[in-house]
Ligand binder design. Sequence first.
Ligand SMILES: [Zn+2]
Length: 416
Amino acid sequence: MAEEGVRTHQTVVVSNGRIMRIGPASQTPIPPGTTRIDGRGKVLMPGLGDAHAHLSTVGGGPALAGRALDLYPLFGVTTIRSMYTEPHHRPLLANAAGRVWPRVVVASPAFTGQSTPTPQAARDSVRKYKAEGFAFTKVLPGLSRPTFDTLAAESKALGMPLAGHVPAAVGLEQALQSGFVSIEHLDGLMEALLPPGTQAQPGFFGLGLIDRVDEGRLAEVVRQVKASGVVVVPTEMAMERYVSTDSGTALARRPEMRYVPMPLLQAWIGQKDNFARGVGVTAARAARYRALRRRFIRELHAAGVPIALGSDAFNLFDVPGASIVEELTAFVDAGMTPRAAIRSATVEVARLMNIPHVTGTVSVGAVADLVLLEGDPLLDLRQVAHPAGVMLNGRWLDRAEMDRRLRALEVPSTGH
Ligand SMILES: [Zn+2]
């Protein structure tokens, strides 16, 4: 994924969790005693990354977070950026020995208007989180302008990049100049399409604005995003799942819901149906919203804005790892090539997390985070959904082992 083309008839030698050598199968010596994995007829690609993961939903507890971590590698995901941190996540991650869990980069606990009412509170918390080892500052909506400005300045001084939402009091243009490394959910982009002087009411990611946006402004917004160097993490299917006209009960019948504990699934059904009633989703508005979001993805990508894949799982009917293929497919439907879509889930995630030489690539010296597929994902993205095996830090799980682990994660069936 770091270069164009596909190399054929290669041998990849892994030792101590790293890729030691790559070369033509006929000329690459294999050290004695090496376990051989037969890749003939198969395609090796980098392990996938999820740039917008939630280890659990609010109040989900360690069991749900552990379930997310267990699930990811079984769908080929070897690296995640955790975007919502609760106190129990870090002790859980510190006890990862012996687990087959992805590499995790953890955001600070979120900064919201409630958690951070004053500039001083912002300054104190960023310092605390930096000292505790969090990798970046997570911004949620609701911060006042002075609080946000202090948060941005303090984060910058401490080398903590900002990631997350664009607070309404700040707006896209200012946010782009404030040290955001990534903007999630296309947040703030819809609002930036409003004619000048229009008041944007708070609501669901611009859904309420869809009848008032001026698409003539889109090129300028894309230009500003490109100039800022920010990475965009659309979490497209997560957003589309909210506004889809599918009922909660219908979504709950999807096969991957077998990995979702029943109380959470029940909560999602209620959440989905309430949401549809609350924001007045109609088929026409949902279609217009979806089309405009996908136009953003297409034009941001065409302008050279890095797009990183993020799923937003565990959120509404969004199962860690299982939702990645749908997100890749949405990117391709939006106008990206399959290679560009897969780059967004490999190279771009690693770059965003500042570990481009570690993972997201099949290269000598990189960690052996690899996915072996039965066929070429550049021809058929669905190949990604069902790997022949996954290697995580050099640890190999073949299909039988993956299936065994997946079965163990199924929730006792009560009808699906
Ligand atoms: Zn999220």
